[in-house]
Write a protein that binds this ligand. Structure first.
Ligand SMILES: Nc1nc2c(ncn2[C@@H]2O[C@H](COP(=O)(O)OP(=O)(O)OP(=O)(O)O)[C@@H](O)[C@H]2O)c(=O)[nH]1
Length: 317
């Protein structure tokens, strides 16, 4: 078994690498926290670069030697319906397309049926390297950690998964997060950066909120409006005079389209579509920010915004 510690030798070499990784694992395994720890406070603005990946980019690790792009996969579920099976096909396709998969397993919980279910699926993905990431190591003592490492090693043997690495990390305690990046990078293909460094922002919440609205607004009309919508969050303010246990966040956002003729597509008959976009994205924003939200959406025309540098700047590109 090769378990990596900070003292392990690190990859040398001057080649530049760029590629994709995704973290999988059951709910609460620590995937988001780890992504944030790797990427830092900045998140990717990817709205205008659909050609690079079909997957939602969660964050980009920029390093002198590499660019590691972390993408989201939808969760894998025990399929009970045909739709469930189709969704799982999407997950498998993503797994086969990324350059490396990080399988997150919390150090403080015994391997369970949920982990096994995902591991069995991973075993079917032969070509993509799989790294077992033992998360939340700050919550256990060395003995418990050692036992978990052995259990994961055995799980791999039992299911025929060859772990490229088994790496214990603590995202909260900032232990071995850097090492994890060092181990993932050599698994990426050689090649130039896929995103310019400027594609990062310090305002993750605002950008993510705009991105959620944009996704919802594009749903079902992608063919008609492929890249011609942009969303700008104008204001995010807690509503005044609310009791402390009933906060409300007011969010005002504009959906920009290029031509007046596109307005009808976004708004829909009797405004129904825009209303649905509002309901759907509000739920997701509430889940993201953990607070009730009042979402005020407006549709505006910014003529030919994709071709106008001034407009592009205003729209955050
Ligand atoms: N102590 C400790 N807690 C952690 C660590 N990483 C994550 N957590 C906590 O574990 C919980 C779940 O973490 P998330 O990062 O949201 O897990 P996730 O896998 O993204 O969860 P889903 O979004 O439900 O799939 C949160 O309460 C985190 O604060 C860690 O390194 N140490």
């Amino acid at each position: 078994m090769s378990v990596r510690n900070q003292s392990s030798e690190q990859s040398a070499g001057t080649l530049y690498r760029a590629g994709f990784a995704c973290f999988v694992g059951r709910p609460n395994a620590g995937k988001s926290t780890l992504t944030n720890a790797l990427v830092g406070k900045k998140v990717a603005i990817t709205s205008n670069r659909p050609q690079t990946t079909r997957h939602t980019v969660r964050g980009i690790v920029h390093r002198p030697d590499a660019q590691l792009i972390l993408v989201d996969t939808p969760g894998l579920h025990k399929p009970r319906t045909l739709l469930g099976e189709r969704l799982n096909d999407v997950v498998r396709t993503t797994w086969a397309e990324v350059d490396v998969i990080g399988f997150c397993l919390p150090a403080n919980e015994k391997l369970g049926p949920g982990d096994r279910f995902i591991a069995k699926e991973l075993a079917g993905i032969k070509r993509t390297p799989k790294v077992a990431v033992v998360t939340k190591t700050d919550l256990v003592d060395p003995k418990a950690l050692a036992e978990q490492l052995i259990a994961i090693d055995q799980l791999g043997k039992e299911l025929g998964i060859e772990w490229a690495e088994i790496v214990p990390v603590s995202a909260v305690g900032d232990k071995q997060v850097e090492l994890l990046a060092d181990l993932l990078v050599p698994m990426l293909p050689e090649g130039p950066a896929l995103y310019p460094e400027g594609d990062l922002t310090d305002e993750p919440e605002q950008v993510m909120v705009a991105e959620l609205i944009r996704e919802a607004a594009l749903e079902g009309v992608r063919d008609e409006l492929p890249h011609s919508i942009a969303v700008v969050v104008e204001e995010m303010l807690p509503r005044e005079d609310r009791p402390a246990d009933k906060p409300l966040l007011d969010i005002h956002a504009n959906i920009y389209i290029e031509r007046p003729s596109q307005k009808g597509i976004i708004i829909g008959p009797k405004g129904r579509r825009l209303k649905d976009v509002g309901i759907k994205s509000r739920k997701q924003i509430e889940a993201l920010l953990g607070t009730p939200v009042f979402l005020d959406l407006h549709v505006k025309v910014a003529k030919d915004w994709q071709r106008d540098p001034k407009q592009l700047r205003k729209l955050g590109f």
